[in-house]
Design a binder for this molecule. Sequence first.
Ligand code: ADP
Length: 238
Amino acid sequence: LDASLTQSSKMAALGKLAAGVAHEVNNPLAIIMEKAGWMRDLLSEEDIKGSPNFKEYEDAVQKIEFHVRRAKDVTHRLLGFARRMDPLRDDINVNILLDQTKSFLENEASFRNIEIMTDYDRGLPCITSDASQLQQVFLNILDNAIDAIDKDGVITVTTRHDKEAGAVVIAIADTGKGMPKEVAEKIFDPFFTTKKVGEGTGLGLTISYSIIEKLGGKIVLHSVEGKGTTFTITLPVS
Ligand code: ADP
């Protein structure tokens, strides 16, 4: 209970931070965009068109606009996360959703000689949940599993109906590098990543955690350094 309380307050803090940053960054971006528009207007004037540096001016304005759009995309995503909508209520067959998610990653996996095996409970009851949010969680975890293996290994996806708990249990196990305790303790923290700049944002599992929590479920992990990691998600059957 303690751990999940801490995680909830971290999520709330991240939501506030994200909204604050997005707001603070959006204002200067709007001004930069407006000035770029003004420069673009200047470039359409005849005497500038004849300038020997015209191409460079035009290129500079284009780059400013392109990168401002990129930055706006980031702030947009942060705001989307901060105000994440209430989950939808779809009727989901988890086995089918997992198969779909798996098919997105099949190319990348086979390229790295990673086999994604499945062991499904065919009698799994449907659950009422948000399919696209749940799929995002599966994608994040499978993506991380592929990264943890890097080359040559197996990912096993298992589903099971826990009748006593009234829950569907999904386990995603990889034969990757695993993680030490110090890393395992931090993986749900916002912006925590061990990946290179540009390869990881450290938001994947933070967002996954908050999605599963909103869906009324639980997510836990078990990891052994040098052996692999298993993520287990429990979702209530309504
Ligand atoms: P990112 O993937 O962008 O780094 P995540 O929040 O998805 O962000 O993951 C945070 C960190 O957790 C990763 O950088 C990695 O160190 C660790 N991690 C996540 N999944 C695994 C896994 N299956 N095996 C080993 N380490 C993992």
